[in-house]
Design a protein around this ligand. Structure first.
Ligand code: AMP
Length: 305
């Protein structure tokens, strides 16, 4: 089943302890599309400025991502500059330049309005709500956010939650949004405001999925070399939603598998800058990492006489 994603299409400049990348392809919509395209057909909606090297999105197109909803507007593209120090779990935002993004009003092409799965990637929550007004009764609406929007648009974000089935966010964002330090309490706070599922990612410490009555946990893949964590969250979301869209089922078993697929895709994203690694891998790499995951968490209970 098709996934519609609305998100940022950015130029990222990133510093990590291992190197620097200047003005590379990034953005929440881009990473999500790159990841989800391994599982299903993706329709991307976003905006770029007249300075955007549009041809650099060709690898996405080659993977079947429909870019008809990426508008080209007069002005500067959205730019994000971030740094990771030795703690690769948290990005320090050095600069956010909204550019054409500040005037962006997502226009969902008619051909995209019936998408059964909708992912509202990290953008202004008012725009996320605007997208939901344009689409026709999706089976699943999932949403991501970040500190930038929690600080500047908190009440809009809370209003949006009523219309969201799955909220994905990291632990710091969950604490900031809910004002609960304890993640179980934070998850309950979110579940009381609309979503049926909340996925709280903890970077290299794995991810929890909470529903009203269940909790599931998947570790992060123990990578020896994490190169650049940018996009891990969006790639996680791409694996999670992409897998569900391919399976076409939303029961607990499939949702748990989706968390593991999210973890797998996040682990690939961080192996190189930008979407590079996500563009290199294929089905065999994904299968083999899923198998590693199964081994990672498998154990046998001791039999007592
Ligand atoms: P993550 O998956 O959380 O590491 O997301 C990283 C991506 O989010 C980067 O490629 C940035 O371009 C993008 N980004 C950073 N800040 C914002 C923002 N305020 N709104 C939308 N996208 C953003």
């Amino acid at each position: 089943m098709t996934v519609l994603v609305v998100g940022s299409v950015a130029l990222d400049s990133v510093e990590t302890p291992f190197g620097k990348a200047d003005e590379v392809i990034g953005g929440s919509g881009t990473f999500f599309a790159a990841s989800a395209s391994h599982f299903t057909k993706v329709q991307l909606v976003g905006v770029v400025g007249s300075d955007y090297p549009f041809h650099k999105l060709d690898p996405l197109r080659a993977r079947g991502v429909d870019l008809a909803g990426v508008e080209r507007a007069e002005g500067e593209s959205f730019r994000w500059r971030g740094r990771y120090r030795h703690d690769l779990n948290s990005a320090e935002t050095l600069e956010t330049r909204l550019g054409v993004f500040s005037q962006f009003r997502p226009k969902i092409p008619d051909a995209f309005k019936k998408a059964p799965f909708v992912f509202l990637a990290n953008i202004d929550p008012r725009l996320q709500l605007d997208v939901l007004k344009q689409v026709e009764k999706p089976q699943l609406v999932a949403c991501d956010t970040m500190n930038f929007w929690i600080e500047s648009r908190r009440s809009d974000l809370i209003a949006l939650l009523k219309h969201v089935d799955v909220l994905l966010l990291n632990d710091a964002e969950a604490r900031q949004l809910t004002e609960h330090n304890n993640l179980v309490k934070a998850a309950r706070w979110i579940l009381e405001r609309g979503p049926k599922h909340v996925v709280i990612k903890k970077g290299e410490n794995g991810a929890f999925m909470f529903t009203a009555n269940t909790v599931f946990f998947a570790p992060a893949y123990p990578l020896e070399d994490v190169f650049d964590p940018t996009g891990a969250g969006d790639s996680f979301a791409g694996g999670f939603i992409g897998y569900l869209a391919r399976a076409g089922k939303l029961d607990e078993t499939h949702l748990r598998r989706a968390v593991v697929h999210g973890s797998v895709m996040g682990s690939f994203a961080v192996e190189r800058f930008s979407i590079q690694r996500l563009m290199e891998i294929g089905e065999t790499d994904i299968r083999s990492r899923l198998e590693d995951f199964r081994r990672l968490v498998a154990f046998e209970e001791e039999l007592t006489a």
